[in-house]
Ligand binder design. Sequence first.
Ligand code: HEM
Length: 359
Amino acid sequence: MSLLSYGKYLKLRELLACQELESAKVGRPAHDELLFIITHQTYELWFKQLLHEIEAVLAIMGADFVNERDVGRALHYLERVVAIQKVLLDQIDVLETMTPLDFLDFRNLLTPSSGFQSAQFRQLENKLGLRRTQRLRYNEAEYETSLDAADSASVAAAERAVSLFDVIEAWLVRTPFVRSSEFDFWREYRANVARMLDEDQATIEGRAQLSDMARRAQLEELARTRETFDSVFEPTKYEALRAAGQRRLSYPAFLAALMIMLYRDEPILQNPFRLLTALVEVDQNLSLWRYRHALMVHRMIGAKIGTGGSSGQEYLRRTVEAHRVFLDFFNLATFLIPRSLLPALPPELREQLGFRWHA
Ligand code: HEM
């Protein structure tokens, strides 16, 4: 048996034989088509790695009992996801060195293929937790109709399986300290929120330079803020927002996430806090990629329709807002109050949330 070599290990002969220019096949080789192919192929390789990392996070966080040690590992994998996403964003700069005119040298040869058919991208979205009901439709077709049978099956399986959103939500619901018997957090928090908003109201009312109209507008805005805060204290209000699609997390999961964000200085809550922050970053980077991709499409093809038949950049731009998964974690910031107003934790609970060293 021959010794392992660099090329054999990486299957470079096969890998480097995978770039077939459609333009060369019709006898008009286009210089930039190689860049176009390699860019897409490297994306697909990174997508494979992202799926691998997310599978690992799903396995850890989807367990019935999640050990604190394992949260650190899940976090590590998520931080890798974030690092890879940054590379994915940067790759757009490389592809943008191709000009729209250069792209026209081979674009027509690509029809009807499209990034819309990237099964790994769809799996990624599904594994993160993008729901079918959120997806924008184009040409009145479901998103998987453009996939072939094998891809369609793997994408459907990813859609049926529990998602990262699901497992994080279930883990949050199990957070133990949210309803500690000796600590009536929510009553104190509510009183402090009321104090904070009353102070805001007094400031608006006392601002002499405001016109009556501007004052009325600011007070109305403040009343809306009070309403929003009420949804934290009153489950029925929260559920109404959820039914209207303005919240996704269940009420207990939302409360746990808020507690984690508020008391994240407690050592035990550091990793949960960083995990929720990593999910915000994953969602943010995906949104940034969607937007950068939409802008690139705009500058490459203007207002033309896509090779996959969509309205092109207009459809892509709308996905930036519509296809977000961890929006609830962004919205938690609305309910944060300054540390100085945070109800003090009872000493016993504080001790439980700290690190203890038993000699
Ligand atoms: C010149 C560069 C590119 C152009 C002009 C372009 C164009 C488009 C267009 C027009 C669509 C909408 C579907 C359609 O009608 O075809 C689309 C979707 C998509 N493209 Fe690209 N694309 C480019 C580069 C890339 C790259 C490098 C990737 C990396 C994998 C990519 C991945 C995707 C994905 C995943 C979708 C589906 C997005 C969604 O439905 O949310 N595209 N692209």
